[in-house]
Unconditional design. Structure first.
Length: 344
């Protein structure tokens, strides 16, 4: 464009100059006449030489400007790997390059943060694994040692120690299964084995199996589910989701209160609500309860849950089915909402 403008301007200047000079009378002794005579005698070479000189000047100008842009881009590229979050600034002519480099830098910062968080989760895994496995294991070793060392122990006490040891051993098995399950979900690309099921019958069967646990806290379970509600899902995995949500509701429910399971259709989605009466979960904790190893009781006691993997596993499975899971809590009620795509 610059060369085109220069060419047009040069042509216009020659034409204008020609008509201006032509309006005067020049003598052979005039200095201007002497200087312009070669141009009049050889106009084409003069025009070509003038155009070439202008072209070279324009080329050098833009070449140096381009080199300057390259230097700025090279300098900006050094900031891509920097830890600071300052945006890269380039001339307005390089706006697209600036936007792209800033996008790459922000993505790099985000990836670095995610890598740091992943490293922290790995460290948390080791800490939680050691804590959650050591407690029941210590009890098992302690009671078995008593049984070995105390030869004169009564049968009643022996039976009590054996019962406690068995409970702790089962607790160990449960924790190990939970750790294995979440590791399996994290390290492998699982694909659900879909089948068409009657969700109503499935929930009726699952809740029936929880009757002994309901009775321990005098809880009631109310199923407000549409008759013969059918969906496509992986039965075993979805059963794990419902099992974890109901078990969680039991652990954190007030005694003598109901647990409500309700369904609702919304366009092409199915919403399942798992509602229980219990302590309000603060909003900051609501955003974290689906994290691996996160538990509401920070002491990580065994009375109110497992290793903090149940909800994390449920989230993995629901998302594997193309759905979402969320939670809300207010007025001493806790509500988990599972959204699943309806079968065609």
């Amino acid at each position: 464009m610059t060369i085109f403008i220069f060419t047009v301007s040069l042509a216009a200047a020659i034409v204008v100059g020609y008509y201006i000079l032509r309006s005067f009378v020049w003598y052979s002794t005039d200095l201007i006449y002497i200087l312009l005579s070669p141009i009049r005698n050889h106009p084409i070479p003069f025009i070509l030489i003038t155009w070439m000189i202008g072209f070279i000047i324009i080329f050098i100008f833009f070449w140096r400007k381009t080199l300057h842009y390259v230097d700025q881009i090279v300098e900006a590229s050094r900031n891509l790997a920097s830890d600071n979050s300052d945006y890269i600034r380039l001339p307005s002519e390089l706006k697209q390059v600036e936007d792209r480099m800033n996008a790459i830098k922000q993505e790099s910062i985000r990836n670095a943060r995610l890598a740091k968080e992943a490293e922290q989760r790995k460290n948390d895994l080791l800490v939680y694994l050691a804590h959650d496995l050591k407690t029941p294991l210590t009890s098992v070793i302690g009671y078995l040692t008593l049984l070995r060392d105390e030869q004169q122990i009564s049968e009643e006490l022996r039976e009590k120690y054996l019962s406690i040891s068995l409970d702790k051993a089962e607790r160990l098995e449960e924790l190990i299964n939970e750790f294995f399950e979440i590791t399996r979900f994290n390290l492998t690309q699982l694909s659900p084995e879909m089948s068409h099921i009657n969700l109503t019958r499935m929930l009726e069967q699952i809740t029936f199996e929880f009757n002994p646990l309901f009775a321990e806290k005098n809880l009631t379970c109310q199923l407000d589910i549409e008759d013969n509600l059918e969906i496509s899902c992986d039965v075993n995995k979805m059963e794990r989701v419902f099992d974890n949500l109901i078990r969680n509701a039991i652990n954190y429910s007030y005694e003598n209160s109901p647990i409500i399971i309700r369904s609702k259709k919304d366009n092409n989605d199915l919403q399942l609500y798992f509602i229980n009466n219990g302590p309000v979960i603060p909003k900051d904790k609501l955003n974290r309860i689906f994290e691996q190893f996160y538990r509401l009781d920070t002491s990580r006691g065994t009375k109110t849950g497992g290793a903090g993997l149940g909800l994390a596993i449920a989230k993995e499975i629901v998302e594997l089915h193309g759905g979402t899971i969320s939670a809300q809590s207010e007025e001493e009620k806790v509500e988990f909402i599972v959204r699943l795509p309806l079968s065609p």
